[in-house]
Design a protein around this ligand. Structure first.
Ligand code: SF4
Ligand code: SF4
Length: 287
């Protein structure tokens, strides 16, 4: 089952015409990283403390989606869609507003990510399994929590951490073997797949700042002053990315979800794990 799922996700990303810019044949995303977490991994219960009690477990989402027919949630399938080099480079040249390719990737590329979620669910159901994408389940919603600030009922990045795909960062991003510039997604199923396992030593070990106190390049890349040695100010970031950026270039680019991502480009963790912690076929930056 694992290789079937991997093959389906990879071929959809590489071949789908929806993974293409509207005005050229360039894709939004390169070949994905894929990982699997056990749905009963204690981390998912831990997230109710770390993020908040509102964060759902795979079992809760499966139960809500299938009701009495729900099988036992067994696996959380996670993927990372790395943003292409040319898009990363275009954003890396910017200092105030995101580049047009970056904004189109945030808007249309995320639409492709939604299609990928639907595709994976459809494929699993066709094979006789139960499957649900948390973000499409009707249970996903943003939450404003007094303790952690902006959050949601399901975090794709926390699922990806459980699946061994990377760690968190000073800028609140998620550093994988293919870097921090990506979109991610997940699907819960009752199909059993062996978990990928986590090789990182702690939840921040791919970030140089947390590893040895160095780097901090993302601090200087943020035009909103939303990143400091104390961490990432979600409110400042949101006000800039969804306020100033949107009103300045949204109409020009023809998309309202522009993102920003300046802190994810022209930084050491842009396209690899700079702490030398990369595993598998994707070599860390230092290799
Ligand atoms: S730029 Fe440096 S400090 Fe910032 S997230 Fe990347 S590795 Fe960490
Ligand atoms: S996305 Fe933009 S505003 Fe938000 S932290 Fe990164 S650089 Fe700053």
């Amino acid at each position: 089952m694992e290789s079937v799922i991997r093959d389906q996700i990879v071929s959809f990303v590489l071949e789908s015409p929806d993974n293409r810019f509207p005005d050229c044949e360039q894709p939004y995303f390169e070949e994905p990283l894929i990982g699997f977490a056990a749905a009963d991994d204690p981390l998912f219960s831990e997230y109710k403390k770390v993020i908040g009690p509102f964060h759902l477990t795979p079992r809760e989402i499966m139960k809500n989606s299938y009701g009495e027919r729900a099988g036992e949630a067994a696996t959380v399938i996670c993927w990372i869609l790395p943003i292409t080099q040319s898009t990363r480079e275009s954003n890396g040249r910017e200092e105030v507003m995101p580049s047009r390719p970056w904004a189109l990737t945030r808007a249309h590329g995320e639409h492709f990510n939604t299609l990928l979620r639907m595709r994976v669910v459809e494929m699993l159901r066709f094979a006789g399994a139960q499957a649900v994408a948390p973000l499409l389940s009707g249970m996903w919603q943003p939450v404003m929590d007094p303790r952690v600030g902006m959050a949601s009922t399901w975090s794709e990045r926390h699922a990806a951490y459980a699946a061994g795909l990377g760690t968190f960062s000073l800028s609140d991003g998620f550093i994988t073997d293919k870097g921090i510039a990506h979109r991610c997604g997940s699907v819960i199923t009752n199909a059993v797949v062996t978990p990928t396992g986590r090789s990182c030593s702690d939840p921040w070990s791919n970030c140089l700042f947390f590893r040895d106190g160095s780097c901090g390049v993302c601090i200087g890349r943020c035009p909103a002053g939303a990143i400091s040695r104390q961490g990432h100010d979600k409110e400042k970031c949101k006000d800039y990315a969804y306020g100033e950026v949107r009103s300045t270039v949204g109409e020009l680019y023809g998309v309202m979800e522009t993102g920003c991502g300046l802190c994810q480009t022209k930084v050491p963790c842009e396209s690899c794990s700079p702490a030398g912690t990369g595993t598998g076929e994707n070599k860390p930056c230092s290799s």
